[in-house]
Design a binder for this molecule. Structure first.
Ligand code: AHM
Ligand code: MG
Length: 374
């Protein structure tokens, strides 16, 4: 059983941002006040609906998408928990005792999300890191005004060794006129996201999301099967504590990246050295740095000139969240959320986390060494 914070305190102990329903006094549509007392247990459903009430024009469709994703997350969490039993119950690709084919967890997670979302009438199209093209809404279902992009199970190569993995999602509005979503709807810059979030399947399962009014975290209480507000209004420290980078690529980095990493490590500078922590599972690395402060870096290198991570499924949603938490995200040249995507599976270098650490990355990578005082 999770021990809950009161809904009146933000994660970092500050008063939540005004307008955030994580605060104890939030104005509802009718002018009344949503009051969370010290004993309030705030479910994700309650939180979403209270946030929706702050927007009289809201139709409830975006809220519905978030409910559906929370449900899909619980289903995936359930499968991830069973992953260690694969050898006993049947490994992926083999047959189980009922003679059914066992699926790989990333493929299964993809299916869970598609099936949880395709019939609701809220989406006009989807795109997944697991699928090559647009996922259309079947003809017999209604199409809606939103588009969902997602990485169903990021870091899935870590599953075999019981390391945390995650789901990442991004929601944008449809901009084309026809019934179905088109490529143009999917290829929108990250600043047009209306919601984004991730689910971390770790020692506990957490869902963190934003709709542009702060970033809020919910922990799954497995005893009642509900996500409960545990981290309202997350604020990332301005200066980080951790550096997350895979430095086995050092030999393939250019000189500016090498210099940046030396600075992060407190070499040749007065800067305090960051502590290196790298899980190799983006959601886990990002989540630790979001709460504790720090920077996650996946630079371009000569073998991967655009880095490894995907702009639409990984970088954009996490960039939206980190900015809402007071941090920053850059591709080394510009703000991630301002990049205009040209292809669905576009990769991007990524520097994301505490504001000051990301600023340092852009200065050093632009070659403005003379401006880098620390
Ligand atoms: P995936 O989407 O194929 O799972 O790859 C993404 C993962 C991230 O979770 C992680 O940050 C990164 O790949 C690790 O890559 P590397 O092993 O090159 O450090
Ligand atoms: Mg991924």
């Amino acid at each position: 059983m999770v021990t809950f914070r009161t809904a009146t305190k933000s994660t970092r102990g500050h008063t939540p941002l005004s307008g955030s329903v994580a605060s104890d006094n939030s104005s509802a549509k009718d002018g009344s006040v949503v009051k969370h007392t010290a004993t309030s247990v705030v479910t994700i459903d309650r939180f979403i609906i209270e946030q929706e009430r702050l927007h009289p024009e809201a139709t409830g469709e975006l809220s519905g998408i978030l409910y559906d994703l929370a449900l899909a997350a619980k289903m995936i969490a359930n499968k991830v928990r069973m992953a260690g039993l694969a050898d006993i119950l049947g490994a992926a690709g083999s047959e189980n005792v009922q003679g059914e084919q066992q699926q790989r967890l990333d493929v299964l997670s993809n299916e869970i999300i598609v099936k949880a979302m395709d019939h609701t009438g809220r989406l006009c199209a989807m795109a997944s890191e697991e699928e090559p093209g647009i996922i259309q809404i079947p003809e017999h279902f209604k199409c809606g005004k939103y588009v969902l992009l997602f990485d169903p199970l990021d870091g899935s190569s870590n599953i075999d060794v019981n390391v945390p993995v995650g789901t990442i999602f991004s929601v944008v509005r449809k901009i084309t006129r026809g019934r179905h979503g088109e490529m143009e709807d999917l290829l929108q810059p990250g600043r047009r996201q209306v919601a984004a979030g991730y689910i971390l399947y770790g020692s506990s399962t957490m869902m963190v999301y934003t709709t542009g009014q702060g970033a809020h975290g919910f922990t799954l209480d497995p005893s009642i099967g509900e996500f409960l507000l545990s981290h309202p209004d997350i604020r990332i420290p301005e200066n980080g504590r951790y550096l997350s980078v895979n430095d086995s690529y050092e030999q393939h980095w250019d000189d500016n990246v090498k210099l940046l990493m030396r600075k992060y490590r407190g070499l040749d500078t007065d800067r305090k050295a960051l502590i290196v922590r790298y899980v190799g599972s983006l959601v886990a690395d990002f989540h630790r740095n979001l709460l504790g402060g720090g920077v996650f870096a996946y630079p371009a290198n000569s073998k991967a000139p655009r880095g490894k991570l995907r702009l639409l499924y990984e970088a954009n949603p996490l960039a939206f969240i980190v900015e809402q938490a007071g941090g920053a995200a850059s591709d080394g040249r510009q703000r991630v959320l301002d990049v205009h995507p040209t292809e669905l599976h576009q990769r991007t270098p990524l520097y994301i986390g505490s504001k000051k650490d990301v600023e340092l990355a852009t200065l050093v990578l632009e070659g403005k060494k003379e401006l880098v005082s620390a």
